[in-house]
Design a protein around this ligand. Structure first.
Ligand SMILES: [Ca+2]
Ligand SMILES: [Ca+2]
Length: 189
């Protein structure tokens, strides 16, 4: 048999997936405290921590359960969990990259830079308002990883919904009252 020069590169993704699954499996066993074979909302909430050691907020946990729950049962199996693990690694890396001053939170300015790099055409005031909205009173303005994921994911979904209506690509759409409410309601759920 003639060895293909590209075979090494072809096998690498599998090796990478194997690393993800085995590391995720170890974490899965730790997180699945009741040994049910599934991760529910409260187990996930206990497992995910921000850089200030606070647990993830309920909305972000619910959003992630919905994203990785393949059986639509409100809980995540091992395969969904390994995808979630990979997803979390990526978000943590992004968070660290955009936390330019290493403060452990994303400030308004840092969020603005992140959104510009992600291709959003939004003002610095927008990011400041978002950060203010999610900052806990009495601490320096900034958002933790859970809010960062929540904000970026919702922004992506809402932008997609907007683009579907903005057929002429002008950046402006006319929304009926009911369309507006439907959009807001689906985001609440
Ligand atoms: Ca469980
Ligand atoms: Ca920071």
């Amino acid at each position: 048999l003639k060895a293909e020069p590209s075979s090494v590169y072809k096998t690498q993704p599998f090796f990478y997936i194997w690393i993800i699954i085995s590391a995720a499996f170890q974490w899965f066993q730790t997180v699945d405290t009741d040994r049910s074979g599934f991760i529910n909302h409260s187990e996930l909430k206990q497992a995910l921590v921000n850089s200030n050691w606070s647990t993830f907020n309920d909305e972000t946990c619910l959003m992630m359960i919905n994203m990785f729950d393949r059986t639509r049962s409100g809980r995540i199996d091992l395969y969904g969990f390994s995808a979630l693990w990979d997803y979390m690694q990526r978000w943590r890396a992004l968070f660290q990259q955009y936390d330019r001053d290493g403060s452990g939170s994303i400030s308004g300015t840092e969020l603005h830079q992140a959104l510009v790099q992600m291709g959003y055409n939004l003002s610095p005031q927008f990011s400041e308002a978002v950060v203010q909205r999610f900052t806990i009173r009495g601490v320096r303005p900034g958002i933790q990883l859970d809010r960062f994921i929540q904000v970026c994911t919702q922004l992506q979904t809402m932008t997609q919904q907007f683009r579907e209506k903005d057929t002429s690509m002008t950046g402006n759409v006319r929304l009926s009252y009911e369309d507006f409410l439907s959009g807001a309601m689906t985001r609440l759920m």
